[in-house]
Structures are given as C-alpha cells and as structure tokens.
Ligand binder design. Structure first.
Ligand code: IPM
Ligand code: MN
Length: 376
C-alpha cells in the first residue's frame, strides 16, 4: 500500500477545527482508494509562540523536508503583533521550501450564491498563479529617522525635477521603505509554470498582471520576461492587465479569464477578490507549490479568531486545499473524488454553514462530504 507522510499544522483560531475536517475527508478518501497517510502534527502558532517564543525551528523544517507535503490550517492571533507569525511561520515555510507557485483556483461551484448578479458557474472558472517568493515579500526594508530623508528627497528631486513642499529639516522626521525585488529566474519559472499549466489543462489564454505603467523597472521587467516565455507557446493567446484594471474586470467579465499569472503582492490582493466572486473566503483554497520539493496547502482565508472554537466556520476551503494536496502528491483520483463530493453537497444544499446562509456546523459539513465520498 502506498504511504505518505504529511506535516500537519492546524495553527490558530479556526485552524484546528477546519483542519480536523480536512483530515477526516482525506482519511476517508484514502481508505476508499487504498493508500495511507501518516499525519505528523506540529503545535506551531500563537499559543506555542506565547509559551515558548519559538516560531518554527530549523530542525523541524529539515525534518519536514523528508515528508510529502504540509497541510496548514491558519495563522494569526490578535495577541501577537501582525507580521510575527506570518513571517516567522507561513512565509518562512514558503521560502524555506522555495514554494514559488501559489496556485489559487477561482471557481464558482453549483449551489453557491455568487455576489455578482447573473454570473453562473460557467462564468467563473479560472486559476490565478501567484508568484510566491519575490516582489515586496522579499523582506528588504527599513525605517530611518532624521537626516536620511533629506538625502532621499534630494535624490527624488533630482530624478523627477520636482519641488517637494515638505519641511525636511523638521524634528522627528521619519521614513520607511520596503523594496520589491524580482529576478529573471523567479519570473521565468512561475510564468513558464502558468503556460505549462494552461497547456496541460487545455486552456488557450494566459493573462499577465502587472503595473508596468508606473513601476516600470520591476514590472516592466516582469512583462518582458512574460513576453519571452510566451513566445515558446504560440498556440496560447496572451494579454496583459494592469492590476487596478483587473479588479474591475473580475467583477465585470470574469468569464474572460482562464489562467492568470501575477507577481506576489498583486496576487495576494486579487485572490481575495477572486475568493469573493466564487462565493466567499470559506470556499477558496490555495497551494504553495514547489514542483520538485515539499508543497504546502491551506485555505486562502485567515484564522478568523472571532469564530474560533464555535464549530461554525466553513471547512470547504481547507478540504478543497486537501484535494489539491492529493493531486500534487500523485493521488489525482482521490483529489477528483473530494472535489466532486464538495460539489454534490453544495448542489444538494441541505448542509450549509453560516457563511452560506445556513446553520450547519463545521463538522456537519465535513461529515456530509465524507458520506458523499463513501457513496459516490
Ligand atoms: C495569503 C495571506 C498571506 C500573504 C499573509 C498571511 C502573510 O494573506 O496567503 O494570501 O500575504 O501571502
Ligand atoms: Mn492574502
């Protein structure tokens, strides 16, 4: 029997509740299709950090590097300053395992209310491929007090030939900066992945997202690499959208999109919007993928501390992320089984969590999906 080892990080807030359902569903499908998952659970997250000051230690990352995948619930806790858990655990894992693809399907399933009037499941069915290791996420930045701002303003003044009406000598002057960095290799690999993905799935249009009209260096470069890579795929139509414009088109004409490839930060922003047009964050999964390494799967949403421990959060995003995980480790049949079961339960509409307008619990939803897998 095939056996996989998966690192399980339930995390904070609703994380443990939704991951419990995900594990339940994956265990059910593995039993049905004859393989075995060994779950290795880790305590990392807010509680553990408050107790021990530990985020995720390097020896654990090394240990996980021998496993098949990582299944994550959610991270974030109001008791901890923003950025600590996110950077110390989530981004740390993404970077450590060089998970350079963030794969986010935006698909409206049948039985789900779409907030855009008159849009049907066939209109909202595309995939956002978000770069996941570069851009404004590289962590290069700083804060400067006094003095330096004068220098920077001088540089700006000479570059743009503008006069700033700022009292740059004033006491307490302070500035902050953070740099976006992209590399040719970093752009190339994610853009190529998007074209290969389109080819494999029989999609004939790939849209690149950027802001090449203002951030001409960083995103002008991204666009150049996009064009180079695209020339290897003459059968696939291409287009560019500025990031501001794509937020409009997501609402107006989502049916236009098949595959989208985007730099990291724009991808972060537009996939929250994507999640809403597919019916809400409770339904939106994501995968942080290194095609040759250890990948991590999680819902797009956060830890929702307000709902923690109440057994009311929708576990579908997490269960769907579990299906993506099975697809990535080579259990495609089981992945399809889970997605069809989710679809069936939603279409039937008897079990609905609060976000879907019902009163079913987190575990009701997990159980209903398990039952579907067993009978399908
Ligand atoms: C996401 C999240 C993360 C991100 C945060 C929690 C660091 O918003 O996965 O979209 O910005 O990538
Ligand atoms: Mn996000």
């Amino acid at each position: 029997m095939k056996k996989y080892k998966i690192a399980l990080i339930p995390g904070d807030g609703i994380g443990p509740e939704i991951v419990r359902e995900g594990v339940k569903v994956i265990d059910a499908v593995s039993e049905k299709n004859g393989f075995e998952i060994e779950w290795i659970e880790y305590p990392f997250g807010a509680e553990h950090y408050l107790k021990t000051k530990e985020l995720i230690p390097e020896d654990v990352l090394k240990e996980i590097s021998k496993m098949d995948a990582i299944y994550l619930g959610a991270l974030g806790d109001p008791r901890i300053k923003p950025g600590i858990l996110e950077k110390g655990i989530l981004l740390n894992i993404r970077f450590y395992f060089d998970e350079y693809i963030n794969l986010r399907p935006i698909k409206l399933l049948e039985g789900v209310n779409c907030p855009i009037k008159d849009k049907k499941p066939r209109d909202i069915d595309f995939t956002v491929i978000r770069e996941n290791t570069e851009d404004f996420y590289v962590g290069v930045g700083g804060r400067v007090r006094e003095g330096m701002n004068k220098e920077l303003l001088e540089i700006k003044r000479s570059l743009y030939n503008v006069k700033f009406n700022l009292d740059i000598e004033s006491e307490g002057d302070e500035l902050a900066y953070q740099l976006g960095v992209v590399s040719r290799k970093g752009c190339e690999r994610v853009i190529r992945y998007a074209f290969e993905f389109a080819r494999k799935k029989g999609k004939n249009r790939v849209v690149g997202v950027d802001k090449a009209n203002v951030l001409t260096d960083i995103y002008g470069f991204w666009r150049e690499v996009f064009e180079e890579v695209a020339s290897d795929y003459p059968e696939i139509e291409t287009d560019f959208n500025f990031v501001d414009a794509i937020t409009m088109w997501f609402v107006k004409s989502p049916e236009y999109y098949q595959v989208i490839v985007t730099p990291n930060m724009f991808g972060d922003i537009i996939t929250d919007l994507g999640a809403m047009i597919q019916g809400g964050l409770g339904l939106a999964p994501g995968g942080n993928i290194n095609p040759d390494g250890v990948s991590m799967f999680e819902p797009i949403h956060g830890s929702a501390p307000k709902y923690a421990g109440k057994n009311i959060a929708n576990p579908i995003a997490t269960i769907w992320a579990g299906a993506m995980m099975l697809d990535e480790i080579g259990e495609e049949q089981s992945s399809d089984n889970i997605i069809s079961a989710i679809q069936d339960v939603l279409k039937e509409g008897k079990i609905r969590t609060k976000d879907l307008g019902g009163s079913s619990s987190t575990s009701d939803m997990g159980n209903a999906i398990v039952k579907r897998i067993e009978v399908n």
